[in-house]
Ligand binder design. Structure first.
Ligand code: CTP
Ligand code: MG
Length: 239
C-alpha cells in the first residue's frame, strides 16, 4: 500500500480567536500540529506527509519540523479556503522537485486536519484500505446534536432523525487520481464553500465513498475550550 498524507494547516483559526492560529498553539509543551504529526509517525507505512500552511507561516512550520524532528514532511503553501489548500497539497505530489525532496504520487492519499491530534493508526489504515477498495472512504461519528433546518422566516422547517445521520470527521482517504480529478473538475463555488471532500469525490469522480465508524477522539479543535480538552486527553494518554 503506497499511502501519503495531505495535512491542511493553512487556516487562521477565527472561531478559536487569539493571535496564533490554533494549529500552532502550545499544548503540553509542543504545538498542536506537532502532536498530530507524532500520531502519523506511529504509522510507519505512510510514506510522505505534505503539510499545507499559509505563506506567512512557512518559516514557523520549518522551525517546528526541525525542533521536534519530524520526518517525511514536505511543506506547501496554502490557499484561501481549506479546499484550495488541499488542492495545493495534492499538486505537490505531481511537481518536479529537487532530488532531495522528491515525493512520489501515492496510490492512496489520506486527508486529515492538522487540528485533530488524536487520530490513531487503526482508523488511518481502515480508511486507506477502504479507499483502495471503494475509491474513497471517511471516518464518521454518531451525531451529538440533532440537525435541524430553518425556513426563510427563521422558524423550524424540518429536523433530521439523529440516529440515521452521521457527523463526517477525518481522516478520509482516496485513490489519488479520484480526488485529484474531482478537484480539477469541481467549480469555484465548491472550492470556496464546499466542505465535504467525500461529496466532491462522489459528485465529480463518480466513486463510492465508504463510511467507517471511527473512535470518539477524532474531533477537531475549533473553540478555545477544545484546547483545554486536548490538553487533558494528552495528559491522560501519557499517564
Ligand atoms: N485550513 C487550511 N486552509 C484554509 C482553511 C483551513 O488548510 N484556507 C485547515 C485548517 O488549518 C485546519 C483544517 O483546515 O487544520 C480544518 O479547518 P478549520 O477547523 O475550519 O480551521 P480554520 O479555518 O483555521 O478555523 P476557523 O474556521 O475557525 O477560522
Ligand atoms: Mg475554517
Amino acid at each position: 500500500l503506497h499511502a501519503a498524507v495531505v495535512l491542511p494547516a493553512g487556516g487562521s483559526g477565527e472561531r478559536l480567536g487569539g493571535s496564533t492560529p490554533k494549529q500552532f498553539c502550545t499544548v503540553l509543551g509542543r504545538p498542536l500540529i506537532s502532536h498530530t504529526l507524532q500520531a502519523f509517525e506511529r504509522a510507519g507505512w505512510i510514506k510522505d506527509i505534505v503539510v499545507v500552511v499559509a505563506p506567512e507561516n512557512i518559516d514557523l512550520m520549518k522551525t517546528i519540523v526541525n525542533k521536534y524532528g519530524h520526518k517525511r514532511v514536505t511543506l506547501v503553501e496554502g490557499g484561501v479556503t481549506r479546499h484550495r489548500s488541499i488542492l495545493n497539497g495534492l499538486k505537490a505530489f505531481l511537481e518536479d522537485r529537487s532530488a532531495d525532496s522528491a515525493i512520489d504520487k501515492p496510490e492512496v492519499v489520506i486527508i486529515h486536519d492538522a487540528v485533530r491530534p488524536f487520530v490513531e493508526e487503526d482508523i488511518l489504515l481502515q480508511v486507506a484500505l477502504s479507499a483502495r477498495e471503494y475509491g474513497a472512504a471517511g471516518a464518521v461519528r454518531p451525531l451529538v446534536s440533532t440537525v435541524i433546518a430553518s425556513s426563510s422566516d427563521g422558524c423550524l422547517d424540518y429536523s433530521l432523525e439523529r440516529a440515521k445521520h452521521r457527523a463526517s470527521e477525518m481522516p478520509q482517504a482516496f485513490l489519488f487520481d479520484i480526488i485529484y480529478q474531482a478537484y480539477l473538475k469541481c467549480t469555484d463555488y465548491d472550492l470556496e464553500f464546499g466542505t465535504e471532500c467525500l461529496h466532491l469525490a462522489l459528485e465529480y469522480s463518480n466513486t463510492k465513498a465508504k463510511l467507517l465508524e471511527g473512535p470518539p477522539d477524532l474531533w477537531k479543535v475549533t473553540y478555545k475550550r477544545d484546547l483545554y480538552a486536548a490538553e487533558s486527553i494528552i495528559k491522560e494518554r501519557l499517564s
